[in-house]
Ligand binder design. Structure first.
Ligand code: FES
Length: 106
């Protein structure tokens, strides 16, 4: 099972084992990772699952949809690495992925 590490803005690490097919928002909730709320249930309409994912992983991530891009424009600290966790499904190639959590969701 792929390992996904969530890291909060203070450097606290939350190491998880992520079932293939779950999305990163669900994995965070399954493991009580603080800072990921998932208020809309993964419908890409709340942005409470905002996180930063290093661009080195881009080849293994789905492209942002127009809706995800629109929602990310509303977050407080959008960066080139901003993604919505509910839009990224776990796959074997994501083993070792590090997901950084924004301070405003702490
Ligand atoms: S859970 Fe609402 S946008 Fe991801």
């Amino acid at each position: 099972m792929p390992k996904i590490v969530f890291v909060d803005h203070l450097g606290q690490r939350y190491e998880t084992e992520a079932p293939v097919g779950r999305n990163l928002m669900q994995v965070a909730l399954d493991n009580a990772v603080p800072g990921i709320l998932g208020d809309c249930g993964g419908a890409c309409s709340c942005a409470t699952c905002h996180a930063y994912i290093d661009l080195a992983w881009s080849a293994h991530l789905p492209d942002k949809s127009a809706t995800e891009t629109f929602m990310l424009e509303a977050v407080l600290d959008e960066r080139p690495t901003s993604r919505l966790c509910c839009q990224i499904k776990v796959q074997p190639a994501l083993d070792g992925l590090c997901v950084e959590l924004p301070a405003e969701q702490a």
